[in-house]
Design a binder for this molecule. Structure first.
Ligand code: 2PG
Length: 248
């Protein structure tokens, strides 16, 4: 018996296109991003995969991506659960900043430490910043625990309880689970699933809009480490583009 888990990073967002650090800032998809999401649903259908439950973050780029993918797969009806625990990594004071300018200002080492180190968060975002989510009603329940910045380790720590308590039980009950989330929240989940080291996770990037399918054993270890992208050629190109963000 194996379980089927499908991970889908949202399609290109307006701030992906503009090359801005996004984090918890709630931007929508570009036309290209919408097309990627629709294509993601077609890829599921072509692969004979029919998700039976959806888990998303609270951010509209993930929610809209899921809606478009499920629309094209004719699966609009499946149950949905949403949680802030699947949100993108909170990017702290970098939210709203241009990636190329940040690279030019701080240099390669600092830029990559903030973007891809496991345990170094960017400086915290001030509560009165226009890019802060501190007064956003969707996070009211978090109270003082609402993050002002996060590193990947922080993301893993807040994502894991959701994986254990919400996603794993759905898989164990035989559901095909679609998780529509973000570059860094999915990197955290993949790190956990594949047992990737704190160092090696720096080199792992996830492309927008291409379903990544994991068959999992009874103990939730992947049958094939790294899973399988439904469009492997497109994924390889898109992974390079994510890795090189800020450099053009
Ligand atoms: O800006 C962000 O929130 C993320 C994802 O787009 O960027 P990065 O890939 O640089 O971590």
């Amino acid at each position: 018996m194996t379980y089927t888990l499908i991970l889908l990073r949202h399609g290109q967002s307006e701030w992906n296109e503009k090359n801005l650090f996004t984090g918890w800032y709630d931007v929508t998809l570009t036309e290209q991003g919408r097309a990627e999401a629709t294509r993601g649903g077609e890829l599921l259908t072509e692969a004979g995969l029919a998700p039976s439950v959806l888990h998303t973050s609270l951010l509209k780029r993930a929610i809209i991506t899921a809606n478009l993918a499920l629309e094209s797969a004719d699966l609009n009806w499946i149950p949905v659960k949403r949680s802030w625990r699947l949100n993108e990594r909170h990017y702290g004071a970098l939210q709203g900043k241009d990636k190329a300018q940040t690279l030019a200002e701080y240099g390669e080492e600092q830029f990559m430490e903030w973007r891809r180190s496991y345990d170094t968060p960017p400086p915290p975002l001030a509560d009165d910043s226009e890019f802060s989510q501190i007064n956003d009603p969707r996070y009211a329940d978090l109270g003082d625990d609402a993050p002002r910045t996060e590193c990947l380790k922080d993301v893993l720590d807040r994502m894991l309880p959701y994986w254990e308590d919400e996603i794993k039980p759905d898989l164990a009950s035989g559901k095909t689970v679609l998780v529509t989330a973000h570059g860094n929240s999915l990197r955290a989940l993949v790190k956990h699933l594949d047992g990737i080291s704190d160092e090696d996770i720096a080199g792992l990037n996830i492309p927008t809009g291409i379903p990544l399918v994991y068959e999992l054993n009874d103990d939730f270890t992947p049958v094939t480490p790294g899973g399988k992208y439904l469009d492997a050629a497109a994924a390889a190109d898109a992974i390079k583009a994510v890795a090189n963000q800020g450099r053009h």
